[in-house]
Design a binder for this molecule. Sequence first.
Ligand SMILES: O=P(O)(O)OC[C@H]1O[C@](O)(COP(=O)(O)O)[C@@H](O)[C@@H]1O
Ligand SMILES: [Mg+2]
Ligand SMILES: [Mg+2]
Length: 322
Amino acid sequence: MRRLPPVLLEDGCPRDLLSLVRTILAACKEISFRVGQGELSGVLGSTLDENIQGETQKKLDVLSNQLLKDILLESGYVKAIASEEEDYTVAGEPNAKYIVSFDPLDGSSNIDINSLVGTIFSIMEAPEGSDAADPSIFMQPGRKQVAAGYVLYGPSTMLALTTGKGTRLYTLDKTHGSFLLTQDFVSIPEETQEFAVNMSNQRHWQTPMQNYIADLLAGDTGPRAKNFNMRWIAAMVGDVHRVLSRGGIFTYPTDTKDPKKPNKLRLLYEANPMAFLVEQAGGLAIADGQPIMDIEPDAIHQRVEVILGSKNEVEKCLSYYK
Ligand SMILES: O=P(O)(O)OC[C@H]1O[C@](O)(COP(=O)(O)O)[C@@H](O)[C@@H]1O
Ligand SMILES: [Mg+2]
Ligand SMILES: [Mg+2]
């Protein structure tokens, strides 16, 4: 099986970008080890702190953030970072080429039940001559990503990665510490009979989403004339991994539950990297009727609607909004 470096170099990936990806993966291997140790790691449970978004931080959120932040800032490859667990962007090497946004631990509510969690990351180039301390260097649409991926800490530790030359899956060989290519050129089936949404929010959705999901639930007795299955892992990494593995539609739609927070998922370090992986695998990733990666961000912790997955099913869902 092939290791990640030669695969990326064959794609024409610049050596400094490869080194940056490997730097991120070094931290992820450490997180994978801690997650695998579970109760023995001493990092389960909550802290007494909240992040800037008002969410209680788990010990593993804080630890994962620290591991990624330290290794990235010490590497010299990174001009600045933006993290879910950092209130503001953090400046790195002033002359470095890249900026990295990340969700150090996605699926935090799964930590204490020994269920799926992961790390999501997005890499862009900093604008020429920009100031490392200027947060506006992150205000670029997702189309500008040069690499994006996630590491899923599941029964096996897997990496999904794209540098714009398709999406590939790698599995961590824990005996040697290498990520080995286990699926070349992921292709999401265009058709599906599986959807993922947190149904408990149903009454708060906008009418088009209510109607769309109602028709899926009606199954072969409804207008779709076929039965749909539902899955919800409560970790975007897990749900998107299933979509990459066997297709499906995943959505966290706009809702009215909390008028101050109409959307849940964050653009820079959740929606954008997942959109890049999904589009590179032949799927669609949409928010408010436009491709997620075309959105011009205006804040580092900006939240967006997410509808992604199998092409024909995402288009079907969007047709309810017309
Ligand atoms: O708890 P809910 O409302 O089902 O939300 C689940 C969603 O929240 C998230 O866990 C948010 O990520 P964090 O754990 O990084 O805050 C997504 O991964 C997931 O899709
Ligand atoms: Mg998350
Ligand atoms: Mg998180």
